[in-house]
Write a protein that binds this ligand. Structure first.
Ligand SMILES: *[C@@H]1O[C@H](CO)[C@@H](O)[C@H](O)[C@H]1NC(C)=O
Ligand SMILES: *[C@@H]1O[C@H](CO)[C@@H](O)[C@H](O)[C@H]1NC(C)=O
Ligand SMILES: *[C@@H]1O[C@H](CO)[C@@H](O)[C@H](O)[C@H]1NC(C)=O
Ligand SMILES: *[C@@H]1O[C@H](CO)[C@@H](O)[C@H](O)[C@H]1NC(C)=O
Ligand SMILES: *[C@@H]1O[C@H](CO)[C@@H](O)[C@H](O)[C@H]1NC(C)=O
Ligand SMILES: *[C@@H]1O[C@H](CO)[C@@H](O)[C@H](O)[C@H]1NC(C)=O
Ligand SMILES: *[C@@H]1O[C@H](CO)[C@@H](O)[C@H](O)[C@H]1NC(C)=O
Length: 588
């Protein structure tokens, strides 16, 4: 196996720090390779604010002055038929100016009167958390998180502002957090690390609103929320988000927790986002720990589950224009990942505290990880018991193979595979139930540098099969997720007066879910194909064009369905076809 250093592509926008303004966007082939060895991928795969300003200045004048609304394509949230509501409560309204390394903004939360009046939380049919925000001026995209009583409810990236201002909103189904919403007074915390100085003047103004819908007695099935949620995060007070920060490949961040003595099911919901040196981890060279990353979940040191993350590209990533106005999949509302811990309940039910932690395989600085432990409690007993029957978690398998004749052009191929299987029993008033959790994970990434280092293409697929079998009917689930990612960076005309910088991104979030032994099924295919081109003459930006096409197809055996086919060219939506007609059966 050859192991030649393939540098991260040279033909990408330069960090603003050293270059003269007119040289900011360049193919930069004349620069020695050594320069790039020192640059982090974040610098190479991001445009500076000067780059973006130069591009905006090259667009037709009227385009810059008006406010733009950015959006992430997702299916609309509809309460089950026969629901009443919404009952809406503003939880927080805040302007995030210089907030970096400061404590999160907090507000006292108490359950809205309509929720208390509705009685037991079984009456709640849908809870929606809406984040609505605006920003004007110059600013980078920022990561933010929302926590209630230490449990994370929402993680998102902000939209990068334009001179005329941007607005966006995201609505997330938070029905599964019903026990937190109903359980009494708690602290709501929002961290959005923003920086204000002479250059970056964009302040993020945000409103956070909770919308609740209620079932009428006897109508529709209650949502299958847990009975209690234990946060697996850092505690206030602190100067940052409540997430753990994982900085390197040996770093394990953990906390100690105990579970109620009558739990019969446990699911760990993991939140994860990648930043700085690992923001574009899938482009990383072998010297940067390669392109494979996973979050491992550790219970008293043992790997009990793995999360192979969807590659979320923030709104400033690769070429920010690509994500305007249709943002990248998951960027405004990052996906979370469930790990079934029920087979390990026997261990957790001993009345002692246990260590639950996270590591990130191959990590570079830094990954923000935390989780919520969802627990189902046996109302008819004060004590459940359990035991582990079988557990098999062999080491991660995989390799990186590099091939290059000249140390500039070449290819490297990375693969990874992991299986985890655990079976355990829990005895409660529901009987003695045996649950198996099995993960089958595969990953492949090819990275090809060509045209004397002026073009680079990566093609990656993450495939994750998570199977919960046996067990309580409500726990049974077969989830198959597949995350294809293709990125092309290139350009032409290097060293001449007329140059073009090109980007292409294809990204997919596809899943098939089957619940309750196959009685309920749903599928989602959510795919984006986007391209951008920036034209330079004598090193000055003279033009820019970009386009995006997204298709979203969701179908479920309960009659739920949503189709969207939307396309944009520049800041304009070219067409936007929705079809939720089959969802009408479920809507009110
Ligand atoms: C937040 O709510 C206030 C009060 O209703 C409103 O004036 C402001 O425009 C809202 N901001 C956003 C970003 O929606
Ligand atoms: C919760 O907060 C509300 C409003 O601040 C207060 O009236 C109420 O007494 C508190 N309830 C508890 C149980 O602390
Ligand atoms: C990894 O990160 C941890 C936590 O920040 C730190 O204590 C440790 O020194 C780091 N190890 C290496 C090899 O950098
Ligand atoms: C994982 O399990 C499957 C069968 O379920 C097997 O085909 C595959 O080789 C296993 N992979 C690893 C890395 O052990
Ligand atoms: C539950 O079943 C498992 C095997 O299926 C057995 O080992 C265990 O003793 C049983 N527990 C109780 C409390 O009956
Ligand atoms: C990426 O690789 C997959 C599997 O080899 C292939 O089917 C697909 O066409 C490739 N995508 C692109 C854009 O080359
Ligand atoms: C999306 O709409 C365009 C334009 O109407 C059409 O040409 C295309 O076939 C549609 N694609 C899908 C997947 O429906």
């Amino acid at each position: 196996m050859q192991h030649l250093p393939l540098r991260k592509l040279v033909a990408v926008a330069m960090p603003a720090s050293s270059a003269h303004r007119s040289l900011l966007l360049c193919l930069c082939l004349a620069l020695p390779l050594a320069h790039f060895a020192a640059a982090s991928p974040r610098d190479l795969l991001r445009f500076s604010v000067e780059d973006i300003a130069a591009v905006e200045a090259a667009l037709p004048r009227h385009r810059a002055s008006s406010k733009t609304t950015f959006f992430e394509v997702d299916r609309p949230l509809r309460p089950p038929k026969g629901s009443s509501g919404p009952c809406s409560t503003l939880l927080l309204s805040h302007s995030f100016a210089f907030t970096l390394t400061k404590p999160p903004v907090t507000a006292a939360y108490s359950p809205p009167p309509c929720l208390l009046a509705a009685g037991p939380r079984a009456a709640l049919s849908l809870a929606v958390l809406e984040w609505r925000a605006e920003c004007r001026g110059v600013q980078y995209d920022r990561i933010f998180g929302v926590w209630l009583g230490g449990a994370e409810l929402l993680r998102g990236s902000t939209a990068e502002p334009r001179p005329g201002g941007v607005a966006w909103s995201v609505s997330k189904d938070v029905t599964r957090y019903a026990p937190l919403l109903a359980s009494g007074n708690a602290t709501l915390a929002v961290y959005l690390g923003n920086l204000i100085d002479d250059t970056y003047n964009g302040v993020y103004h945000a409103n956070l609103t909770l919308h609740l819908y209620f079932r009428r007695a006897g109508r529709s099935t209650p949502p299958s929320a847990a009975d209690a949620i234990v946060p697996v995060s850092r505690s206030l007070p602190l100067n940052d988000g409540l997430w753990f920060v994982v900085q390197n490949t040996t770093d394990v961040q953990s906390t100690r927790l105990a579970v109620p003595a009558n739990a019969y099911r446990a699911v760990l919901e993991v939140y994860v986002s990648s930043h700085y040196a690992d923001e574009f981890w899938y482009m990383n060279t072998p010297e940067q720990n390669g392109p494979f990353r996973e979050v491992t979940v550790r219970l008293d040191g043992d790997v009990v589950g793995a999360v192979w993350p969807f590659p979320v590209i923030y709104t400033g990533g690769i070429n920010p224009l690509i994500w305007r106005p249709i943002t990248s999949i998951g960027s405004f509302n990052l996906p979370t990942y469930d790990v079934e811990l029920t087979p390990f309940l026997g261990k957790l039910l001993d009345g002692e505290e246990h260590e639950l932690g996270f590591a990130v395989t191959n990590a570079q600085n830094s990954w923000y990880v935390d989780a919520n432990l969802h627990l189902w409690l046996d109302a008819k007993s004060t004590r459940t018991t359990g035991g582990l029957i079988a557990y098999d978690a062999p080491k991660l398998a995989g390799s990186i193979v590099s091939r290059s004749a000249d140390g500039i052009d070449g290819e490297y191929d990375a693969t990874a595979r992991r299986n985890i299987t655990a079976t355990g029993w829990v005895s409660s008033s529901r009987g003695n139930v045996t649950t198996t959790f099995a993960q089958r994970l595969t990953f492949a990434n090819t990275n090809v540098v060509s045209s004397h280092g002026s073009a680079q293409a990566i093609n990656q697929t993450t495939d994750a099969l998570n199977d919960v079998s046996g067990g309580d009917a409500g726990a049974q689930q077969l989830l198959h997720q597949s995350f294809p990612l293709y990125i092309f960076l290139g350009g032409d005309g290097s060293g001449t007066s007329s140059q073009r910088l090109m980007r292409r991104v294809e990204l997919g979030f596809n899943e098939a879910r089957s619940l309750r032994g196959g009685a309920e099924k749903s599928t989602l295919r959510n795919e984006q194909v986007a391209a951008a081109e920036v034209t330079l003459r004598d090193d000055a930006v003279v033009g820019a064009s970009w386009k995006m096409h997204q298709t979203y197809a969701y179908g479920a055996s309960d009659g739920g369905c949503y189709l969207r086919n939307v396309s944009s060219v520049g800041y304009d939506v070219l067409f936007d076809h929705h079809d939720a007609s089959c969802a009408g059966k479920r809507g009110r």
